[in-house]
Each structure stands twice: as structure tokens, then as C-alpha cells.
Design a protein around this ligand. Structure first.
Ligand SMILES: [Mg+2]
Length: 169
């Protein structure tokens, strides 16, 4: 199976990186985050975008068990990362992937993941992307995060490790 795996919120705990870099205490990557952060932080979208683009890679941890899960999944599937990051976000992303030895996996960038034909299943944390995949008849599963629990119909796994051990892929 061609398994596309989102980076931020699935592999990377980018919210911890964002908080540590900019001295914030945000817990949620809420759907429609520009609105959310504009309201919370009182700054406009270009500033919010700049904050995400200047995350310090040293402050971005992986979620627990992710490496082990990727190793298991890689035994049976064609694994690659599918992200909608901007080119500037890719600068720190590459550093984290290299540091963690995850640069062995290809990275594909797409702002419209649900329209891509490069995967058989997409692993995501964004509920809105799951909805778009539903509409496009694409197979998408969510990794359970605080910000996607409103999407109660979505197939979900507690972690990437649970997905790897589930026998569903
Ligand atoms: Mg994500």
C-alpha cells in the first residue's frame, strides 16, 4: 500500500516547537488556525504564518513511538510524507527529519492532499482534510488529537503505533 503520512500533528509535535520558539502556551491546532491565532494572539495572518515558518527545529520533538511505527509500516508499505508546508517551513522540517534519521522517506508537498492520486491511504490529524477526502472518495484516517475530536465519524487511531499494530494496513 502507498501510505501517505502527514508531518505536523502526526509525526512532529509542531505545536510544542511553536510554543517554545515564540514563548507561547497554545494547546490546540484548531481547524482554521489563522482565525484562531488571530483572535488569541491579536496578530494578523502574515504574522501567524511567519511564526510557523520560523519554528526552531531544535524545539520540535516527534510524538512518542513514531519512529518505531514508521519502521514497522515501512516493512510492508511504501511510506512517504505528504505535507502542505510552505517552502520556508520546509527549511526547519528538513533539519528535524535529518536529525531524527527520517530523511530516508520522500517528502511530497501538496496544498490539496485530497486531490492527489499518489497514495492509497492518507494518515492525517486535520479533520477538515478528512472531510475533503471523504468528498473525493479518498481513504483517510485520523490520528487522535485534541483538535480533531469533533469529527466523530472519521476512522481514528490513538497513535501511529496503534495504526501500525492494528492490522488495518
Ligand atoms: Mg497536520
Amino acid at each position: 500500500m502507498r501510505l501517505a503520512i502527514d508531518l505536523d500533528g502526526v509525526v512532529f509535535n509542531h505545536m510544542e516547537g511553536l510554543n517554545k520558539t515564540h514563548g507561547l502556551h497554545l494547546e490546540y491546532e484548531k481547524e482554521g488556525f489563522p482565525y484562531f491565532f488571530e483572535k488569541i494572539l491579536g496578530v494578523e495572518y502574515p504574522v501567524v504564518k511567519g511564526m510557523f515558518e520560523t519554528i526552531n527545529p531544535d524545539f520540535v520533538p516527534l510524538f512518542p513511538g513514531v519512529k518505531d511505527a514508521l519502521r514497522k509500516l515501512n516493512n510492508w508499505h511504501h511510506i512517504f510524507f505528504l505535507t502542505s508546508k510552505t517552502p520556508k517551513m520546509m527549511e526547519w522540517t528538513k533539519k528535524v527529519l535529518q536529525r531524527e534519521g527520517l530523511d530516508i522517506f520522500p517528502v511530497m508537498v501538496s496544498e490539496q492532499k485530497h486531490l492527489e492520486n499518489c497514495y492509497d491511504k492518507l494518515v492525517e490529524d486535520c479533520g477538515q482534510t478528512w472531510v475533503l477526502c471523504q468528498q473525493a472518495h479518498k481513504d483517510c484516517v485520523l490520528i487522535d488529537r485534541a483538535w480533531n475530536r469533533d469529527f466523530t465519524h472519521a476512522p481514528r487511531y490513538a497513535s501511529l503505533g496503534k495504526l501500525a499494530d492494528s492490522g488495518d494496513v
